[in-house]
Structures are given as C-alpha cells and as structure tokens.
Design a protein around this ligand. Structure first.
Ligand code: SF4
Length: 414
C-alpha cells in the first residue's frame, strides 16, 4: 500500500456488529440463540423427489400402478418440468389425476415474481403447503444460468446482519421442496420467461448452476439437502446436473462439513467466513461460538483433501467492520498456513445501506482487500452482487409484511 492510500491515512475505525431495528434472541448465558432443530410442524406431502428409486417403485405399487410408471413420472417431472396430469397422456386416463397427485403433489405456490436486469434476474416468492414463505433467485449470466435456492423456511443461525435470520427458523424444507424450485425455474426458462426472448435463445436451456445461498443454513438441514443434491445430480432418475455446478455453502457447521466431505458427490463447497479473527466472528456469525475460525478452516481444508475440489471462502465486505487491511493479511496467513492451491476467496461488497452500520466498504478499501490477498498468493475475485436491486443478494432474502399480505391472499395450488 502507498503512503497516500486512503486505508492508511487514518487510524482504522472498528464498527462492532449490532442489530438494527430488531432484537436478537439470546440463550440463558446471554449468547445469540442458535436453533439447530426444526420446530415441529405438519410435514409437506411426500413427493417423488423425496424418495429413492426403490421407494418410488414401492409407492407407485401402493397406489395400484405397475413399477414402470415411476420412470414415466420421472421423465415428466425431471425432463419436461410438469406435474400436470393433463400433460401425461402416456398414463391411463382412469385414475390418472389421483395417481399423479399421489406422486407429484403440488408443493410451491407462486406468490410473487420480481424481475430486474432486463428480465435476466428473477426473484420468486413461494408459499409452502403450511403457509411458510421461501424465496429463490434465478440469474442468467453469459454461458450459465444460476438458481439461488432456499433450504429452510427462515434460519436458526441468528446472524445479526441477515434479514432471513431475524425471524428464526420456521422449519426445514423437504428435499422435494428444494428440488421443486429448480423444476419451476426450468419450466419458466423453457417457456421463454427468463430474459428478453429477442436477445437470447431459449432452446434446450435450463438451470446449470445451483447455489444454496437463499434462505436457511443448508448443513442444518443436512439429510434433506443431500437427498435434494442426489436428485439434482442423478442422470437416470433425477435432473442429471453436474455436481461441480452445485455450491453448498455454510456458516461453519464443522461436523456437517466433515460429513459432506465423506459423501461421494463432488459439489463445490463454500464457507461463509466473513471474519478471520474469533473476536469479530463470534459477534458476526453466532455459530462461531460453537466452532471457531481455525476449526472451520481445518474442516474446509479437509474437504479439499478428500474431494480435490477447491474451496470457496465467502467474505461480505462491510464498511469499517471486517474490511481492514490487517484482516486481509490475517486471512491470507491463515489460508496459506494450510497449504497452497486449495482455496479461493470471494469478497462480496454488502449492499450499500446509507446510514446503517451494515453497509458496503468503499471501493478503494475493497480493492485493497483483494490486492493484499492476491499478493499473498490467494486467488481472490470480487463477486458480482447481482440481484441487489430486488433484495435478492445473499443475506437479503426475507418475506416483507407486504409479501406476507399478498401470500395470505394467494390460494394454494391444488
Ligand atoms: S446469513 Fe445465512 S446462516 Fe446467517 S442467519 Fe442468514 S441465512 Fe442464516
């Protein structure tokens, strides 16, 4: 850094994380409450995508149909993105409706759709069978289409900067509710609904990349998220997507990271670190009170050793809170201490919120942060904050009061 650098010119200011406009729930010891278990609520109806191929055949038999009908339903659902019995003329007309309903019950009712970037980014608000609300964001980039999916309604991790975490955890989503977000997006894309059809060709296009960065902490809903990932990647009985295009992110649930490394599915793994020192991270990411920075980084490195997949470190750059040059140096030191070539860092400027302590770092500070990491040999790229115009960037997904009113007036799909 040069003498005239704006970062060095004044003594670094330290803003400490604090909630604004809401009160963080605390446990008996006064620490931010962490909710790992999903509250007991009525479960969503069982759906084809919740089941293994063997279970599907058994369920089809229970509904009085021969086993091969399961394969037909898989084709309709995973390749033609439909659960409408009227589209399934290869099934016998007698009893078709009941049968299809029994295997592919409606799971998501669309409440709202917001478009930006000339239609290249779409945020969906969905109502689940019990009225819980979740969101997903679909984004067209050059050469790929990414869907940011939710894995829980709400979130129990209580991060003070996060809109989703404020209301706590409503419930875990089922595997099929997670998969259905993709199926609905694929349907929309094939109908020409993403982007200006005069500008882009839609033939054969579908979602290519998934990021688990919508509502929820995916590793707190481990079994269902893994079933959803299996369905996404299954070429014969599922969506046949590439595991490499699927990013599972976490705020650092260490035992679950270890478990994920042992699965034979080479998904991309992302650790939302946001601070390299425990003092700050304890406040910024309450789960750090369970698993410290070093433990999370060790687990991330072990993920690389096991899978050979380079790990992503996500780092929201927040003005005067975690964007100091010394923190970039400390992060580089901690990553380099665990070897070379196993990790890359994605700093993402927080959405600018004037007047809030939660606002984006200044551009020179962002650039300095990135430069220091790169100079230390850590590949680092500032991430696109696509979707911020519609509050669809990470940590921004939450149903507003208005959304809730519209949702209440929207009848469930039947
Ligand atoms: S940032 Fe992620 S883990 Fe933290 S509360 Fe929000 S959704 Fe949950």
């Amino acid at each position: 850094m040069t003498e005239s650098s704006p970062v060095r010119a004044t003594k670094p200011k330290q803003v400490r994380p604090a909630t604004e406009g809401w009160t963080q729930k605390k446990d008996a010891e006064g620490r931010p409450l962490l909710q790992f278990a999903s509250p007991k609520r009525g479960k969503p109806p069982v759906h084809l995508a919740d089941l293994t191929p063997e279970q599907r055949a058994a369920r089809v038999a229970e509904l009085g149909m021969p086993g091969f009908r399961a394969k037909q339903l898989e084709m309709h659902y995973f390749q033609h993105w439909t659960h409408d019995p009227a589209d399934m003329t290869d099934l016998p007309a007698a009893g078709r409706e009941e049968f299809v309903h029994g295997m592919l019950p409606p799971l998501l009712t669309e409440v709202r759709r917001l478009e930006t970037d000339r239609g290249d980014t779409i945020k969906f608000l969905w109502k689940l069978h019990d009225g819980a609300l979740v969101e997903s964001v679909l984004m067209r980039y050059t050469g790929r289409i990414t869907l940011c999916v939710s894995s829980q309604a709400g979130c129990g991790m209580n991060c003070p900067f996060c809109a989703t975490g404020q209301a706590g955890l409503t419930r875990n989503m089922s595997a099929a509710e997670i998969v259905e977000q993709i199926v609905r997006a694929n349907r929309l894309i094939s109908d020409g609904g993403l982007g200006d059809p005069r500008r882009v060709g839609h033939d054969g296009e579908r979602v290519t990349n998934i990021v688990f960065m919508g509502m929820g902490e995916p590793l707190a809903n481990y079994a269902r998220v893994m079933q959803a990932v299996r369905v996404m990647t299954d070429k014969e009985h599922g969506l046949g997507m590439s595991a490499r295009g699927i990013t599972v992110s976490t705020v650092g649930l260490v035992p679950a990271i270890t478990k994920l490394a042992d699965e034979d599915i080479p998904v991309t793994f992302a650790l939302s670190l946001h601070a390299p020192d425990d003092k700050l991270r304890d406040e910024l990411i309450p789960v750090n009170s369970r698993w410290k920075v070093d433990e999370a980084l060790d687990a991330a490195r072990a993920y690389f050793d096991k899978t050979g997949r380079r790990v992503s470190i996500e780092y929201a750059l927040i003005k005067d809170m975690n964007d100091h040059a010394w923190r970039a140096d400390l992060l580089a030191e901690k990553l380099n201490a665990r070897g070379r070539g196993w990790v890359h860092v994605n700093p993402i400027p927080l959405n600018p919120t004037p007047g809030s302590i939660w606002t984006a770092s200044d551009v020179p500070v962002q650039n300095e942060f990135v430069r220091r990491l790169n100079d230390a040999g850590i590949p680092t790229t500032l991430r696109d904050t696509r979707g911020k115009e519609i509050d669809g960037a990470c940590g921004q997904l939450v149903a507003t009061e208005d959304d809730q009113a519209v949702a209440a007036a929207t009848p469930l799909e039947v």
